[in-house]
Ligand binder design. Structure first.
Ligand code: ADP
Ligand code: MG
Length: 240
């Protein structure tokens, strides 16, 4: 579903990604972990063309993002993104947050968009909040709305950038539960997270980034019990 080949990303002289290559298969759930500043967000943002690669190639489905001829808007519709700080539209209700892009970007009818939105709100356990404004929701509820909103575009891939890092501890679980059930539907997911228990339980693979280098790419059992690199060992020592 996603193929990354020799991805480099520089900001001016700062080399943030130093040649990353990996594949993510359809239906696979990949946890991306590593120290702060290691390039995790940049890596994710390149997969959604929120950042342009400096060099290297990225494919999502059959489309090469790094090909100038590719219609990026089209590809981006196919890749849902969930951010640490929700990024909901504050002046729209929950339902309007979910129906806006499908109607505006995909030209979906209001009826159809609302039907899908209600199904998704049920999926994330927020049926009763459809007419509420985001400011009246808890952090956990906001993030579940953000997930439902991304899903409303019916993407093939979902990217999550530390979706629970801004939440109070008691709200982390409800969001992780939604993500876990989404994983069980067969969604292809790449998740930047510091939730090691979640990564271990839900991910099919762990990518460990350090200093812009993909240091390890392994199944969670292997990564957590027997990390090969010193850098991963040091990181896990601090995290667990
Ligand atoms: P992580 O998500 O792993 O914490 P990031 O991908 O956010 O790491 O950042 C990696 C490095 O790139 C950091 O040194 C950060 O300061 C730098 N960086 C990120 N975004 C920008 C930007 N827009 N301009 C300049 N430097 C950036
Ligand atoms: Mg980050």
């Amino acid at each position: 579903m996603i193929k990354v080949e020799g991805l480099h990303k520089n900001y001016g002289k700062l080399e943030v990604l130093k040649g990353i290559s990996t594949n993510i298969k359809a239906g696979e759930v990949v946890a991306i972990i590593g120290p702060s500043g290691s390039g995790k967000s940049t890596f994710l943002r390149c997969m959604n063309v929120l950042e342009n690669a400096t060099s290297g190639r990225i494919w999502v489905g059959n489309h090469e993002l790094t090909d100038k001829k590719t219609n990026i808007m089209k590809v981006r519709q196919n890749v849902g993104m969930v951010f640490q700080h929700f990024h909901l539209f504050p002046h729209k209700t929950v339902l309007q947050n979910l129906t806006y892009a499908p109607m505006k970007v995909k030209g979906m009818s209001k009826d159809q968009a609302e039907k899908i939105a209600h199904e998704l709100l049920e999926q994330v356990g927020l049926t009763e909040k459809s007419d509420e404004y985001p400011t009246r929701l808890s952090g956990g509820q906001k993030q579940r709305v953000a997930i439902a909103r991304a899903l409303a575009m019916q993407p093939e891939v979902m990217l999550f950038d530390e979706p629970t890092s801004a939440l109070d501890p008691e709200m982390v679980k409800e969001v992780l539960e939604v993500m876990k059930s989404l994983a069980h539907t067969g969604m292809t997911m790449a998740i930047v997270t510091h939730e090691m228990g979640f990564a271990r339980e839900v991910a099919d693979r762990v990518l460990f980034l350090d200093g812009g280098v993909l240091v390890e790419d392994a199944p969670p059992e292997e990564f957590f019990t027997n990390p090969k690199s010193q850098r991963a060992q040091d990181f896990l020592q601090k995290m667990l």
